[in-house]
Design a protein around this ligand. Structure first.
Ligand code: ATP
Ligand code: MG
Length: 204
């Protein structure tokens, strides 16, 4: 099947719970108009999640990934989305243009999760997830390493600097892929390859 000719990119923002994904997605969506697709919210809206079977952790929701992809399919085909979820490898690579893995210092993350009154076991699992770089490894396994970037989000200033950086990347992506549709043939011919001058990739 021919590659979809999106005029705006799809960006996945992923990372351990509490690293600051939604904070960045909300600001990015506000500044760029990209559609914020929070999987947590979509799962509630479409009733596609169930409670965890772990008796110690019934509040955690398990999302039905097949149904989630059905819900997301049209938006992803159209492009112009920012997907907010603590997993990433379920999204088809052909529909993903950039994966931002949000990272956070352990002590800061611990304090954020503690503030949510997480049970010790859940808190420790999430801390291990961040320490073992689980989401970064998952992203690198699932997608071309050129489109995976790590962004720290520890201080308030990091929110704006990350959003600015992603905005610059979007501007470059639109130039490379021809927002007006003139250059979409190039996208098809080079398989959507990134411009080597793209600041996101040189310094990612
Ligand atoms: N760069 C930052 N500086 C300071 N506080 C931050 C930063 N980013 C996020 N926070 C705070 O950390 C907490 C967690 O942020 P957020 O809800 O965005 O995380 P999340 O990754 O979306 O979590 P979840 O996976 O559970 O949805 C919030 O209280 C938020 O205000
Ligand atoms: Mg969130």
């Amino acid at each position: 099947m021919a590659q979809a000719l999106r005029k705006e990119p799809n960006i996945v923002v992923t990372g351990t719970p509490g690293v600051g994904k939604s904070t960045i997605c909300e600001e990015l969506s506000r500044k760029t108009g990209l559609k914020h697709l929070s999987v947590t919210e979509l799962a509630k809206k479409h009733n596609i999640s169930t409670s965890s079977e772990d008796p110690e952790d019934p509040s955690t929701r398990i999302v039905d990934e097949d149904r989630l992809l059905d819900v997301l399919e049209n938006d992803l085909e159209d492009g112009g989305t920012v997907i907010d979820w603590h997993a990433c490898d379920l999204f088809p690579p052909r529909l993903v243009d950039l994966v931002c893995v949000i990272r956070c210092d352990n002590k800061i993350l611990y304090d954020r999760l503690k503030a949510r009154s997480y049970a010790e076991k859940k808190l420790q699992e999430n801390m291990d997830c961040e320490i073992m770089e689980v989401l970064l490894l998952e992203a690198r396994d699932a997608y071309d390493s050129e489109i995976v970037v790590e962004l720290k989000s520890e201080k308030t200033e990091d929110i704006d600097s990350n959003v600015d950086r992603i905005e610059q990347w979007i501007t470059q992506w639109k130039k490379d892929h021809g927002k007006e549709g003139d250059d979409v043939k190039a996208q098809q011919q080079d398989g959507g390859k990134k411009d080597e001058d793209d600041p996101m990739f040189l310094h990612g």
